[in-house]
Design a protein around this ligand. Structure first.
Ligand code: MN3
Length: 207
């Protein structure tokens, strides 16, 4: 079994003006696709390591991966996994604020939605080099946290569930924003798919 590229849930130009069509097209059809192709090459050469497992299961148990291919799985598998999450937590109909249980937890943990947003934006803007700002749930404590992850490291590899992930690799914004990463991060909140983030939260709590 090999992994598959999830269909982009909207057109390339659907996230404009926040993210331009060409950036979405290259990011999805070249970057995301390449992580997937590279991952599937590793799968074909090491079928016993993957054995039909979901990529999340693989990345959540890195110690089961032979050390000779572990970093490649982190890089390529993480690149595939993080982008699956990234595209799905954006939407042309996004923006606004989360509701329900997630909203209650945000208010309780961070004081307010705006204060969470500010903290997440600062984390994303402040990633040194390539990586992500993320709102996650700690799988043990069931507390919300804001973290930075480097390169294509996956939150599930450190016992966290990704709820909202913001890609701050230059390829995510450079065509339209050049060096202005903070502008991209501030604007992305108007296309966040909070329905999807709430779904991830409910699922993670039920585990
Ligand atoms: Mn990316």
């Amino acid at each position: 079994m090999v992994y598959e590229l999830p269909k982009l849930p909207y057109a390339y130009d659907a996230l404009e003006p926040v993210i331009d069509a060409r950036t979405v097209e290259i990011h999805y059809s070249k970057h995301h696709q390449t992580y997937l192709n590279n991952l599937n090459k590793i799968v074909e050469e090491n079928p016993d390591v993957f054995n039909g497992k979901s990529i999340e299961e693989v990345l959540s148990n890195l110690d089961l991966i032979p050390t000779s291919i572990r970093q490649q799985v982190i890089n390529q598998g993480g690149g595939y996994y993080n982008h699956n999450l990234y595209w799905a937590n954006l939407s042309p109909n996004g923006g606004g604020e989360p509701q329900g249980k997630l909203r209650e937890a945000i208010d309780k943990t961070f004081g307010s939605f705006d204060s969470m947003k500010e903290k997440l934006a600062q984390a994303a803007k402040g990633v040194f080099g390539s990586g992500y700002g993320q709102l996650v749930l700690d799988n043990q404590t069931k507390e919300l946290e804001i973290i930075q992850t480097k390169n294509q490291d996956a939150a599930c590899s450190i016992g966290k569930t990704t709820l909202l992930i913001i890609d701050v690799w230059e390829h995510a914004y450079y065509l339209a924003y050049q060096n202005r990463r903070p502008d991209y991060v501030d604007k992305i909140f108007s296309i966040v798919n909070w329905d999807e983030v709430e779904k991830r939260y409910d699922l993670a709590l039920s585990k």
